[in-house]
Write a protein of this length. Structure first.
Length: 183
C-alpha cells in the first residue's frame, strides 16, 4: 500500500508540474516581454541643407540595445564614438540617442515592420579647437528580417532635424544593421 501511495503522490506532482509548465509557456508567449536586442548599424546620411554632404558610415558607427516594454514596444538607447588622430591634431565625435520602436508584428520569426521616433545629441571635440554639439530629433520606418533563430537584418529609412547654435540641418538616413536577440 505504501508503494501505491508513493507512486500516486509522485504521479500527481509530475502531472501538476507539467500542467503548470504548459500554463507558464502559454502565458509568456502572450504577456511576457521578449529578450533584449543588441545591434549594430552602418549607414549613409544625405544632408539636405547647405552645405550638402554625404556621410558613409561603415562598418559599425553605432551600437544599440533594445529593451522591450511590451511585445510590440521597445526603448532603444544607442551610442557611437569615433576618434581621429593625425600629425597636426585630433578630434573626437560622439552620438548618444534614444529611440522608441513600435513593431506592427510581435513575431520574431516573421518580417517585423516598425516605426521609430528618436532623439539624440551629436557632438565633436577638436584638440586645441573647441567643441560643438547638436540636438537631433526625427523618425524612421523599417523592417527586421529574420535570418536565424536569434539574428535579424534590420533595414531603415529615416528623416532627422538637427539644431546647433541657431543653425539647423535636415537629413535623410538609410541604415542597414544586424540585430542579435540575447535569448
Amino acid at each position: 500500500m505504501r508503494r501505491v501511495l508513493s507512486f500516486a503522490a509522485l504521479s500527481l506532482i509530475a502531472i501538476a508540474s507539467t500542467a503548470g509548465a504548459q500554463r507558464t509557456t502559454r502565458g509568456t508567449v502572450t504577456s511576457a516581454n521578449p529578450s533584449p536586442e543588441l545591434g549594430v548599424d552602418a549607414g549613409v546620411i544625405f544632408t539636405l541643407d547647405d552645405p550638402k554632404t554625404t556621410d558613409l558610415m561603415i562598418p559599425i558607427p553605432s551600437i544599440r540595445m533594445g529593451f522591450y516594454m511590451s511585445p510590440a514596444l521597445s526603448l532603444e538607447p544607442s551610442l557611437g564614438l569615433t576618434h581621429h588622430s593625425e600629425t597636426d591634431g585630433s578630434y573626437t565625435t560622439y552620438g548618444v540617442g534614444l529611440g522608441l520602436l513600435y513593431h506592427f508584428s510581435t513575431s520574431r520569426m516573421a518580417n517585423q515592420l516598425y516605426v521609430r521616433p528618436f532623439i539624440g545629441l551629436d557632438g565633436i571635440s577638436i584638440k586645441d579647437g573647441g567643441s560643438n554639439s547638436a540636438f537631433t530629433f526625427g523618425g524612421g520606418f523599417g523592417v527586421k528580417i529574420p535570418v536565424a533563430s536569434r539574428f535579424a537584418t534590420r533595414l531603415e529609412a529615416n528623416l532627422a532635424h538637427s539644431s546647433s547654435d541657431g543653425n539647423t540641418q535636415n537629413s535623410i538616413g538609410l541604415l542597414a544593421g544586424l540585430s542579435v536577440y540575447t535569448r
